[in-house]
Design a binder for this molecule. Structure first.
Ligand SMILES: O=C(O)C[C@H]1C=CC(=O)O1
Length: 96
């Protein structure tokens, strides 16, 4: 199942820099592992903001919830999710 996930990062301004760096380091490793697995299919920065638009390819809603809630930045992000389905005009055979 494909989902569009939009994440806006809101790190508290008073969080110590070394704590922020640690969280961001773990977030990057986690995000790159999920991309390697094919579960985080697209990851795009939204220009001019500390936000991303992502496409996840997961088994079901429960897997998406599990993956997202384990993001190290999860406590510091506003997240919206929208389910996707194949567009009838799509030429991409792997979109389903
Ligand atoms: O920077 C972000 O958009 C937040 C988050 C998503 C992937 C990642 O490495 O950090």
């Amino acid at each position: 199942m494909l989902f569009k996930v939009e994440m806006t990062v809101r790190i508290p301004h008073d969080m110590p820099a070394e704590v922020v760096a640690d969280i961001k380091g773990r977030e990057k490793a986690y995000a790159q592992d999920l991309q390697q697995q094919g579960k985080w299919r697209h990851l795009w920065r939204v220009a001019g903001s500390y936000a991303n638009v992502s496409i996840f390819d997961v088994k079901d809603n429960a897997e998406l919830q599990d993956l997202i809630s384990n993001l190290p930045l999860f406590p510091y992000m506003d997240i919206t999710v929208a389910p996707l389905c194949r567009h009838p005009s799509s030429i991409r055979e792997d979109d389903r």
